[in-house]
Design a binder for this molecule. Structure first.
Ligand SMILES: Cc1cc2nc3c(=O)[nH]c(=O)nc-3n(C[C@H](O)[C@H](O)[C@H](O)COP(=O)(O)OP(=O)(O)OC[C@H]3O[C@@H](n4cnc5c(N)ncnc54)[C@H](O)[C@@H]3O)c2cc1C
Length: 461
């Protein structure tokens, strides 16, 4: 077997082998390159060892090995972080993809999920009982990574952020212990896990509060030509600002999907996609105005399985392509911002690019900013410039376009969201935590004073 490139070898590697049940992959091993690949194909890092953990005991062994050898740790949940924080160069990568499980307790309306679970797994199990909680809008995203950073989705306005639904977590801390965090046990740590990212340990399982949702919800999927975008977005703004909590509609500029008429192919279109989280009939009525923001190319407002809505963007975000993101929360959608978005939307760069306006407010907006680590509770919208493309030769052009676009809209910003930060945005971590930063630093000092968990959007102790 190949050696770990002179970084993790000898006694520490032998000790890890004795304690670790799942496979350990070293550079040159079969499967090593596949295991270090993540959603963003721009990420190319080479861990000293990849520990494919089967459970908490393996996680404890791998954390101990990294600490003893003085190597950094990275944690792969769903592998969707655009900055590639799941993978490290020359450290110990804990790959939790074998820890994908969900246990639902329908009577208590609770679910517990393993640290490597994806939202598609979670919704599949919970929807069997007509239950779920807020998750991301792409089913292949990791439950742990998304929740630990906050977690925005179709149910945010109705049921809060994903992290607002997090009841407890088990995690392996920097000293290699398995610790339980809840509002009763280690409450400061629990506070930090609700938005503070992967800074405090390796989360082996998460317990969530579930709510009755679906299995069918009223959903809207409406496409408008890009030349109506200015008017449609102004009407969208009026509608979204007045909508009840149960309604969450995203406005997204995408390249026309293949099922739209030929004259729109090869051009960007504006999609309004959303749902009503409660009653299907009432929801259908309340969503009708979405088809009247302009003259749509196509409009469907009808009952749809919640799991179908939750997978509707999967194909548009293929794994292994090249991605570069910029994003920010917004104080509102003033005309000047809408006009800037439309200008860049007409010149959309990249095959898989999405310009997304996410609706916030509602239930998550009524949580006090210091009640969880996630501070940005009063912002009504968030803007994502999620640029994606296939050809490496287009890297420079697409990155430049994204940066230019962001510079044009930055004056309308109201803070950063840690889950959307790119690898070159370490300087925006403070913007993501705002007034909660000092408390997070204190908690980091207590639980990870040597910053073993630093391959993330880091809160330095
Ligand atoms: C296609 C796509 C769609 C998205 N949609 C949404 C959305 O709708 N809403 C939203 O809020 N965000 C969304 N995101 C952003 C997403 O929340 C972040 O990318 C998040 O980091 C993904 O978590 P992951 O587990 O998949 O990623 P990973 O890359 O595996 O991990 C991300 C970070 O979390 C840490 N981490 C992961 N698992 C654990 C664990 N078990 N214990 C400790 N730390 C852990 C990692 O160390 C890393 O720092 C989306 C991202 C993509 C690529």
């Amino acid at each position: 077997m190949a050696r770990a490139d002179g970084i993790l070898q000898g006694a520490p590697l032998d000790a890890l082998r004795q304690r670790h049940r799942g496979p350990l992959l070293l550079p040159g091993d079969d499967g090593y390159d596949a295991a270090r690949a993540v959603w963003n194909g721009m990420i190319d890092r080479r861990p000293a060892v990849i520990a494919r953990c089967r459970g908490p005991a393996d996680v404890m062994a791998a954390v101990d090995a990294a600490r003893t050898a003085g190597l950094p740790v990275s944690v792969r949940g769903g592998g969707h972080n655009v900055g590639g924080k799941a993978v490290c160069d020359g450290g110990v990568m804990l790959d939790l993809t074998a820890m994908r499980w969900v246990h639902v307790d329908p009577e208590r309306r609770r679910a517990r999920a393993g640290g490597g679970t994806l939202w598609g797994d979670f919704d599949h199990e919970a929807q069997a009982f007509g239950l779920t909680c807020t998750g991301g809008v792409v089913s292949t995203t990791g439950v742990a990574g998304l929740t630990l950073g906050g977690g925005i989705g179709y149910l945010t306005r109705r049921h809060g952020l994903a992290c607002d639904n997090l009841l407890s977590a088990d995690l392996v801390t920097a000293d290699g212990r398995l610790v339980h965090a809840s509002d009763d046990r280690n409450p400061e740590l629990m506070w930090a896990l609700r938005g503070g990212g992967g800074n405090f340990g390796v989360v082996t399982s998460l317990e969530f509060q579930l709510h009755p949702v679906g299995p069918e919800v009223a959903a809207a999927v409406v496409f408008y030509p890009i030349d109506q975008a200015e008017d449609v977005l102004r009407r969208y703004r009026t509608y979204a600002e007045a909508a009840p909590d149960a309604i969450a509609c995203y406005a997204m500029v995408v390249n026309a999907p293949p099922d739209l008429p030929a004259e729109h192919q090869g051009r960007p279109v504006l999609a309004i996609v959303g749902c009503h989280a409660d009653d299907v009939d009432a929801g259908r009525e309340l969503l009708q105005p979405v088809a009247g923001f302009g003259r749509p190319i196509a409009a469907v407002i009808d009952a749809m399985p919640y799991t179908a809505l939750q997978t509707s963007f999967d194909a548009g975000n293929p794994t292994g392509q090249r991605y570069y993101w910029k994003s920010q929360h917004l104080t509102g959608l003033p005309d000047e911002l809408i006009d800037a978005v439309c200008r860049y939307a007409r010149d959309l760069h990249g095959d898989f690019t999405i310009i997304g306006i996410e609706p916030l407010g509602g239930a998550q907006g009524r949580v006090p900013p210091d009640a969880t680590a996630f501070p940005h509770r009063s912002v009504p919208f968030s803007l994502g410039i999620w640029t994606g493309w296939a050809d490496p030769a287009a890297d420079r052009d697409n990155v430049a376009w994204t940066r230019d676009f962001f510079a044009a809209v930055q004056p309308f910003g109201a803070g950063a969201y840690v889950n959307y930060l790119g690898d070159d945005e370490a300087d925006r971590v403070g913007e993501a935590y705002g007034g909660n930063m000092a408390r997070l630093v204190e908690i980091k000092r207590r639980w990870d004073p040597d910053n073993l968990f630093r391959v993330n959007h880091n809160i330095a102790p």
